[in-house]
Design a protein around this ligand. Structure first.
Ligand SMILES: [Zn+2]
Length: 646
């Protein structure tokens, strides 16, 4: 059985975004709320939502009463402690449903969605009771709740040893401070004893009030920063002493590997992906461990390694910037390997700008692969080269290309270069490439396609991407997102053909297609746009009655106009709440060669919206909305000043 995603307004195409952790921390960080305190019960809506743009929910009456809970699953861990939703079906619409004593509305087809207080930790379950006349069916769904051991103000001293940080496998520079922290009773004294007789007290981060009652949970987090070198003495590992009165608990602090400060450990990036060519393989880098992707680096880039933790390795892009990559995507080089010098020996490389019919290559010799970042905004493209020194003797005015007109450069810091391309019209897309023969970084800038404003889709290649599997959400009556969006994709393909476009569908059956593979297919087909079709869901703790609606997501700024056009087209047809157009760290939207948008037209967990997705007429309506969005986007491009309208 597939479960509902644990993300807020977020889709499964995200591979690196965990807002739930934040929610969890906030929820759990609320000190002092006793387990048994009653939570105010939110009122369930009196009648099903009727939306003009959706077909009416077909009525089912008289079918046998049967309770099927879609979410949460039996013994599932709920990641919130206040209120959350439960969804499923009871067989037909003429059944009355109560869950944990609260009446939950049942849609005409028997689907239900309830927004209820999270069961207490002493009775961790949902009791469902479905009634029609004399017919009563009961069902119990046990759940689990996040548990953090309570630490009492009195009695025997207890410490949450599982909370001790740093964990295992941490690397840091020896002269770098490492955060040491632990959950302990607020009225304890906590000290770290490290190598070289280092003795550092930890400070309580919680409230100052001190309880000594053995029935009161006074757990708080203690923390301080200690030099990595002091935690790295392997002959005698660092210890954490927690004491209260005569009671003492001692914990061993996991060994921190201190990286040398007198030499430079290096690693070379390699892509863990087995999909696609070198052109498609990139290593994503983030500002924090497990954070949002920001840099797409080339395999083979050599960088200094400055730290490691929780499966991520910190690398230095240049003197001013360190970022994190997946530890599986970097291989350490033998000690003593020299960091490559990267100097742009002038922008005189011949040919420096190489025009082709659909794109133009800007070739910058750097000797070795540099870490880089590309940003496109209007008629400006900015290429940042890290760990690079520029030494150009000219600032070229480009005479041989109609798109790239002028280039300026700036040495931003000692080893960071910013190259700015001034274009005659916005770049349609771009690719970062490494030319090994010329030892040059190549920024391939894509030209705006030729568009006929009267028939804006004619001759264009469009990727249609029915979202999932793998992963995906499931609605109350068991409609799986991957299955539900597939007919929408097929309908869109048919509509695009009628408009003279050349559609490319990324998934041709209900079988799974990987996220990376979808982007590779689209780039190889040289598509002019990528539309991903999805249905939305919510994480635990978000109210589906107020947080549902239509949204569209994008990754690159250059894709925002496409996302807006798609959002507007869905909005006027579906009539649902406008949840807006948002940036999101989406795998399928990350390729930069074409604009892409990910449509979250409606919520599969909401009974009325799930029912609409079972309706062939509405499936077509969803496809028509996407078609209209695409058409609107390309029409605007064709009529825009500077467009290459024939
Ligand atoms: Zn999805």
């Amino acid at each position: 059985m597939r479960s509902i995603p644990q993300r807020f307004l977020v889709d499964h195409s995200v591979t690196a975004f965990r807002p739930v952790l934040v929610v969890l921390l906030v929820a759990c960080g609320r000190a002092g709320r006793p387990e048994m305190e009653p939570v105010p019960l939110p009122r369930a809506p009196a009648s099903p939502v009727v939306v003009a743009g959706l077909p009416p929910v077909p009525a089912v009456a008289g079918a046998p009463v049967a309770i099927r809970v879609q979410y949460p699953g039996a013994n599932q861990l709920l990641t919130t402690r206040d209120s959350t939703f439960i969804l499923g079906a009871v067989g037909s619409g003429d059944v009355a449903l109560r869950i944990n004593g609260v009446t939950v509305p049942v849609a005409p087809n028997g689907a239900f969605l309830g927004w209820l207080a999270v069961p207490s930790s002493t009775v961790p379950r949902y009791e469902l009771e479905a009634v029609r006349g004399a017919d009563t069916v009961r069902r119990t769904v046990p759940i689990r709740l996040p548990v953090r051991p309570p630490l009492m103000g009195g009695g025997a001293l207890r410490v949450d040893s599982g909370s001790l940080a740093p964990g295992r496998g941490v690397w840091a520079r020896g002269n770098e401070f490492v955060r040491v922290s632990v959950r302990a009773p607020q009225n304890a004294v906590v000290t770290v004893l490290g190598g070289d007789r280092v003795r550092v007290p930890l400070q309580a981060l919680g409230a100052p009030a001190v309880e000594t009652d053995s029935t009161v949970d006074v757990a708080t987090v203690f923390a301080t920063d200690v030099l990595a070198a002091a935690l790295a003495d392997s002959s005698e590992p660092a210890r954490l002493l927690v004491s209260r009165g005569r009671d003492t608990v001692q914990l061993t602090v996991p060994f921190v590997r201190a990286l040398p400060t007198t030499s430079r450990p290096l690693g070379v990036l390699r892509s863990a992906s087995t999909v696609g060519s070198d052109t498609d393989r990139v290593i994503s880098a983030r500002t924090i461990v497990d954070g949002t992707y920001k840099w797409q680096l080339l395999p083979g880039t050599v960088l200094e390694v400055t730290g490691r933790q929780r499966g991520y390795t910190r690398v230095r892009l240049d003197a001013e910037l360190e970022v994190w990559v997946d530890s599986n995507e970097i291989v350490l080089l033998p000690a003593g390997t020299a960091l490559p010098r990267r100097v742009t020996g002038g922008f005189r490389m011949t040919p420096f700008v190489t025009p082709a019919a659909d794109y133009v290559d800007v070739v910058i010799g750097t000797g070795e692969r540099p870490a880089h970042h590309v940003e496109a905004e209007g008629r400006t493209m900015t290429l940042t080269l890290y760990g690079v020194q520029a030494n150009p003797d000219i600032s070229p005015i480009i005479g041989n290309d109609t798109l790239v007109r002028r280039m300026t450069w700036e040495q931003v810091t000692t080893d960071r270069v910013r190259v700015t391309l001034h274009l005659s019209q916005p770049a349609y897309g771009w690719l970062s490439l490494w030319d090994d023969a010329r030892r040059a970084f190549v920024l391939r800038v894509r030209r705006l396609p030729t568009i006929d404003a009267a028939r804006p889709l004619r001759g264009l290649t469009i990727a249609v991407d029915p979202g999932h599997p793998p992963a995906g959400s499931t609605g109350p009556t068991g409609l799986y997102e991957g299955d539900a969006v597939f007919p929408v994709g097929l309908a869109l393909v048919e509509l695009l053909r009628k408009r003279g476009a050349n559609p490319v569908i990324t998934r041709t059956s209900l079988e799974a297609v990987g996220l990376a593979e979808r982007g590779v297919q689209a780039r190889r087909a040289n598509v002019h746009a990528f539309i991903s079709i999805h249905l939305n869901a919510l994480p635990d703790g978000a109210n589906p009655f107020t947080a549902n609606g239509t949204s569209t997501l994008f990754y690159h700024n250059a894709s925002e106009p496409l996302a807006r056009a798609v959002q507007r087209a869905m909005q006027v047809r579906f009539g649902l709440r406008d949840l807006g157009v948002h940036y999101q760290n989406l795998a399928v939207a990350r390729p930069s060669w074409y604009p892409s948008a990910l449509a979250e037209g409606l919520f599969v967990i909401v009974p009325e919206q799930e029912a609409a997705m079972r309706d062939a007429g509405f499936q077509r309506k969803y496809a028509e909305a996407l078609l209209a969005g695409l058409e609107q986007y390309f029409r605007a491009l064709a009529t825009r000043d500077g467009g290459r309208t024939p």
